[in-house]
Write a protein that binds this ligand. Structure first.
Ligand code: CP
Length: 338
């Protein structure tokens, strides 16, 4: 597999072998990193001397830190352009920004709004561009999720092809779209469980099904919570995504309360060993200003996931967060590494 010089914009741009190859590369880079940290041989610096621009039009903790730390570990330098810290969108077009950055940097990470923006950046930069989240897709998150599931594969399963993932909640967002398509690429059994108005578009479902027809993946999109039966992993995301209006919370809570990941939903899987994933940040308690405001308005103390379930599965959820770094490193090494 060679992805040298390629951008990483959406799961649909990759064939199954390329996609699973990235997850395998991440596992191997993680093993090298672990070995070095425990006194073993220093890991090769595949990005030595390269420069990476991080263009973030939306805030981030995991994705930004993952790019910065992974780049540094691989010998590259980074420049972070925060949501208001460049001319992009105010005084300079995406295309012109791309042409400037492409003259100075070897690769560009982008987080922002429409997928068209990251595609335009890639079309004009002349260097690899990596999607750190758009309104439509969150592909670097999916690599981390799949690496995490590989590490916590249920007893008797030999690969992700033997794994059933049920994603529950707002499924018409970037994460829902990406779970469906990346699960199809990996040949998984994927169930998206969401109210009809929060399910992916027909175009996304058809594209995922076309891939599934080649990989043997089983895909279900339904509002019926019985679809969680037999799941090895339950996965959820915040109910109102970045960039969506705050006014949506009331409507989303009404729609999604039955889809909360709580003890009753875990029991409904019928799998006492079911594990829980969350891409974070999570509204599981009143530890954030946002949760406290919503609590004052609704009386609820947790939203997409209850605090007891979150804490019981915190080990795997924070493995998932750490794996953002190993998988983003794999994307940069595969597309830019020497
Ligand atoms: N999951 C995720 O993308 O986290 P950040 O928004 O903190 O980058």
């Amino acid at each position: 597999m060679t992805l040298q010089g390629r951008s990483f914009l959406a799961e649909l741009d990759f064939v199954p072998a390329e996609w699973t190859g990235l997850v395998e590369l991440a596992a191997s880079l993680k093993a090298e990193w672990r070995s070095e940290r425990s006194g073993g041989r220093a890991a090769t610096k595949h990005l030595a001397g390269q420069q990476i621009a991080l263009v973030f039009e939306k805030t981030s903790t995991r994705t930004r830190c993952a790019f910065e730390v992974a780049a540094r570990q691989q010998g590259a330098g980074t420049t972070y352009l925060d949501p208001s810290g460049s001319q992009l969108g105010h005084k300079e077009s995406v295309a012109d920004t791309a042409r400037v950055l492409g003259r100075m940097y070897d690769g560009i990470a982008y987080r922002g709004f429409g997928q068209d923006r990251v595609e335009e950046l890639a079309a004009h930069a002349g260097v690899p561009v990596w999607n750190g989240l758009t309104d439509e897709w969150h592909p670097t998150q999916m690599l981390a999720d799949q690496l995490t599931m590989r590490e916590h594969v249920p007893a008797g399963a030999s690969s992700l092809k033997d794994v059933t993932l049920a994603y529950v909640g707002d499924a018409r967002c970037n994460v829902g779209n990406s779970v469906l398509v990346s699960g199809a690429l990996a040949g998984m059994d994927v169930r998206l469980v969401a109210p009809p108005s929060l399910q992916p578009t027909r175009k996304v479902v058809d594209a995922a099904q076309a891939i599934a027809n080649t990989t043997g993946a089983r895909l279900v999109v339904t509002s019926d919570l019985d679809a969680v039966a037999g799941a090895d992993f339950l996965y959820t995301d915040i109910w109102v995504s970045m960039g969506e209006p705050r006014e949506l919370w009331s409507e989303r809570i009404d729609l999604l309360r039955p889809y909360q990941i709580n003890q009753a939903l875990l029991t409904r899987t019928g799998n006492p060993a079911v594990r829980v994933l969350h891409d974070l940040p999570a509204l599981h308690d009143l530890g954030t200003e946002q949760a406290r405001q919503l609590h004052a308005e609704t009386g609820l103390s947790s939203f997409e996931i209850t605090d007891d379930v979150f804490e019981a599965h915190a080990g795997i959820i924070f493995d998932q967060a750490e794996n953002r770094m190993h998988t983003i490193k794999a994307v940069m090494v595969a597309t830019l590494g020497r």
